[in-house]
Each structure stands twice: as C-alpha cells, then as structure tokens.
Design a protein around this ligand. Structure first.
Ligand code: MV4
Length: 508
C-alpha cells in the first residue's frame, strides 16, 4: 500500500490533497472576508490576523482561528512580516494569501514565506521585484514587442540629457519615478524652460516617497483612458487573460468606479491588448493572478504602463463577466494545479460596474469622514453584489484605508448594470458618516458616463460638490411639486377624510 501511494504521488505531484488545508489571510476588511469566502467554498480552513483596532472585525469573526498581531497602526500590525509569519506557523497554516495593499507586493515577505516552507498565494519574489520597478519592467518586456509610450528606458539625472530626450520626443513630457505608484513623483512638463525645476522636484519627491530617486521620461499622453487586463498563469506554462477593466473614473489616482468590459474596445483591440498582457506576464515568469495596466489614447493606440502583481480591488467586475472565481483560481494555481480552462474557453457575458464606497465626504473635498455606522442597511436584488467588511454599529478605524465596501452590479448589458447600480445606491442606507455614495449617483447619472465618453480627467472636468447639491435641490423641488399636485388633486377627498376624522374625535 505505501508503495502504491508513492507511485500515485509521483504520477500526480500536483494532486497532493494534504496540501493547502489552512490558509492565513494577511489582510483585513472586505478583501479578507472575500478571500475567506472562497477558502470556505473550497473546504479550506481559515486563519485571520488582526490589530487591536480590529478585535471585533467581521474577518476575525468569520475565520476559523484568529491571531492578534499588535497595536492598531499598520506598521505595528498588518505590515509586521515576522508577526504574520509567526501567526501562520503557530496555527499550522500552509498558505498565506496577502490580499491587496499591506504585504501583497512585498518581495521580501514573499521570499520569507517561501523560506519557511509556506506557500505565498501570489507570484514569485522575482516577478514582484521586476514589476515593482517601472524601469526593470520596461527592460523585461523589451524583447516581447509590447507597445510602450515613446520615451527612455533608463534612469536619468542629467538635465542636459533630459532636455535632449525631451526635444526628441516632443512636449508635453511626463517625468516619472521608477519606484513610483499612485502618481507620486510624476510631473508633467510643458516646455524646455520648466524642465530643470520639474525634474528636480520629481527626483526629490521620488527620494522622499520611495528612497529611490530614479526618474525617467515619457511622452505625456494627454487624455488617456486607463484600461487594465486581468491575467492568470499556472506553474505549467499556461497563461490566459480575462479581458479588460475600464478604470478611467478616478480622483487623484484613487479609482472610484470601474467597469468591465470597456465600451471603446473593438474585438480586435481587445485581443491585441490581451495578447500583449499575456506576453508581459510571461516576460517575468508570472504565476497567479495579475493585472497589466495600459493607457489608451484618443486614437485607440494602447501602451503598456505597469503590472500589478496582486489581486486588485476591482477584480469582482471581471469575475461577474467571466464567471471565474479569481481567488479560487489563485489558490488552485498556488497548489500546483493546471488552469482548468484555456483562452478559447473564456468569453465575456454581460456587463459589470463597481463603485467604491469610501467613508469620505464628497461635499467636502473627499476628506475622511470618521464616525460610526449608526445605520447600515445593505441593498439587495437581482444583479447586486456587495463586498463589504462592516456591520451596523461598527466604527470605521482611522488607521487604514477608508473604503467601507464595494458595490458591484451585473446586467445583461451596460444600461442594465447602470440601472441596477442606481437602484442599489438608492437602497444602500448608511448613516452616521458621509460616504461616496452620492458621488457614485452623480457619476452613474452623468450623460458623459452613460454615453461611455470618459477619460482619466472625468472627475476633474465634470465634478464639483455643487453638482450634488444642485441635484438634491432639483429632487426636493420635484418632491415638493409632486406633493402639491397630489394635494390639489385630492383636496376634496382629503377634506372629507378630515371631517369624518374630526367627527370621530368629537364622539370620543
Ligand atoms: C501616464 C499618463 C500619461 N502619459 N503616462 C498615473 C499613475 C501611473 N500608474 C501612470 N499614470 C499615468 N501615466 C504617460 N506617458 C497619465 C497617467 C495618469 C493616469 C493613469 C491611469 C489612471 C489615472 C491617471 C490619472 C492621471 C494620470
């Protein structure tokens, strides 16, 4: 018998069922819950980690086991690599899912996990490292014939050299930090005169934000769309893409609304972008779920920007249009299984929208709105998915990202997804703090959004707090007019009711 067992293991090294029985989720909030839901579905035990601020958090209650990491600040809890690893060891977890943010794109952490004999549910430290540096990423994809924005592929420090490059590619140009992200260390330069001062600023911002002053230059694409492609790769050399997400609606590099598919991609461009994304993944031997970001200009030329080596916040819109559970696939791939589908098996069905609901006040410059969820009533209905991490009565901790939930809707087509989103926003009752729900309503009712005519400047161009206030004033006037109309039409009847009622009163 033992012999037979051994033979079985040799023939099917990937079907070791004693592997990945317990996963530690190194995150909090909605994404920790989201990951644990897929674990539970797959019969895998879950371990939560938490900070002192999250003692009563939903991810702690949901998990089979939970380990306290430390005080509230992330640096003393969710970012403490040794503590997280220790939690996995003492609970006997054999996989760690990092979610997004925190340690998810930390190559040193991935390496440490691997060294401890635990599976990091994500790409290799090597892939994370390459894609964490924009210059290293450009270098890696060079031989794969991926369209890139005109520019240079090396760090520059010399202003005179920068001027030469700028003249060659033409203004406006964009100076970017190699280690950058979220628009930090990015500077648009309109002419030669501005170049020295802007370059100096970009370098010092890059040093203070990332401890790395490497910057490079690209042609500035003035009104791009931000379109990203979801990829999935297994350890057997299979890499597929799961189409695009349109993420142009963002505010200060913070995405607010995402959708899939994009209204502007033709089947040909979609296929070309998908193939490019797969090549980007292959260029760094990618394994797991990843996202390749592109800019799309007004002539529908696309350019590779960067690759995110994690599961993204907006992954649900892809799940809804493809029917693939991305977390489940991440776990299977980490377990060494082959992808159960090929590119030809994947197709887009329907349309999905996502609104990020933040505890921020859209009427007050999106400042964090701290407080307690005095009322918290979830919307329900066909085509509505809510990925959240809070319940009525809970406080939104000030220590972490202020996202309360992701409201996601699905429809047979874009219009149906939008209508369901508006219905869901109306039926999502949050009191006790301000949220971005009214801002979402503004976006989904906007004619530019409805027509699909959007780029990365949408919020800046179309939004002001007055728009929400105007909308409310109009709604109030309509309500008043409807009330008045009703009153006038029923005046006679109302009088009769009144008189009968007063009759009753008299008799009492
Ligand atoms: C650009 C660009 C225009 N031209 N690169 C912003 C964050 C980083 N991921 C890359 N970003 C951009 N790179 C060139 N050559 C415009 C942006 C950009 C942007 C990109 C995606 C989503 C929103 C954005 C908002 C402003 C600028």
């Amino acid at each position: 018998m033992p012999r037979a067992l051994r033979t079985f293991n040799v023939q099917h090294p990937t079907l070791n069922l004693n592997f990945m029985k317990k996963i530690l989720v190194a995150n909090r909030g909605e994404i920790a819950l989201r990951v644990m839901r897929s674990c539970r579905k797959m019969g895998i035990k879950t371990v939560a980690v938490y900070s002192e601020a999250d003692r009563n958090a939903m991810h702690v209650k949901f998990a089979d086991e939970a380990v306290l990491l430390g005080p509230a600040p992330s640096a003393e809890s969710y970012l403490k690599m040794e503590k997280v690893l220790e939690a996995a060891k003492i609970t006997g977890a054999d996989g760690i899912h990092p979610g997004y943010g925190f340690l998810s794109e930390n190559a040193a952490f991935a390496k440490m996990v691997e060294k401890a004999g635990i599976t990091f549910i994500g790409p290799s430290p090597h892939s994370i490292k390459i894609m964490g540096s924009k210059l290293a990423a450009k270098e890696a994809v060079k031989k794969y014939d991926i369209p890139m924005v005109p520019g240079i592929e090396e760090a520059i420090t010399d202003v005179e050299f920068a001027k030469k490059i700028a003249k060659k590619i033409g203004f406006p140009i964009l100076i970017k930090a190699s280690a950058g992200g979220g628009g930090k260390g990015m500077r648009v330069v309109e002419n030669l005169k501005e170049l020295p001062s802007q370059m100096e600023r970009a370098i010092s911002e890059a040093i203070s934000s990332f401890g790395d002053g490497s910057v490079f230059i690209e042609k500035y694409v003035t009104s791009p769309r931000h379109i990203e492609i979801q990829v999935l790769a297994d350890t057997h050399g299979n890499t597929v893409h799961l189409f695009e997400r349109e993420c142009s609606i963002q505010r200060r590099h913070q995405k607010v609304v995402e959708e899939a598919p994009s209204v502007v991609l033709t089947p040909e461009i979609r296929e070309a972008m998908g193939e490019a994304a797969v090549k980007v993944a292959k260029s760094c031997d990618y394994v797991g779920a990843g996202t390749v970001e592109f800019l799309l200009d007004d002539k529908k030329n696309f350019y590779f920007l960067e690759m995110n080596t994690r599961l993204q916040v907006e992954h649900p819109v892809t799940e809804l249009i493809t029917g693939v559970d991305l977390v489940e696939e991440q776990i299977k791939v980490a377990r060494g299984e082959k992808l159960s589908f090929a590119q030809k098996d994947l197709e887009i069905k329907g349309h999905a929208m996502e609104l990020r609901v933040y505890a921020e006040d859209p009427l007050n410059n999106f400042l964090p709105s701290i407080g307690t969820l005095e009322t918290y009533k979830r919307p329900t209905g066909e085509g509505i998915r809510l990925d959240d991490g809070y319940e009525e009565g809970m406080e939104i901790p000030i220590y972490y990202d202020p996202m309360i939930a992701k409201l996601i809707t699905y429809g047979a087509n874009r219009n149906e997804a939008i209508q369901r989103m508006l219905f869901a926003i109306k039926n999502y009752k949050i009191e006790g703090l301000q949220t971005t729900l009214p801002f979402g309503k503004f976006v989904f009712e906007h004619e530019a959004f409805i027509s699909g005519n959007i780029d990365t400047h949408f919020v800046k161009e179309h939004y002001s707090p007055e728009k929400i206030k105007e909308g409310r004033a109009v709604a109030k006037k309509i309500a008043a007019a409807v009330g008045l109309k009703y009153f006038l039409e029923n005046q006679k009847q109302l009088k009769e009711i009144e008189s009968t009622q007063s009759g009753w009163t008299q008799r009492d």
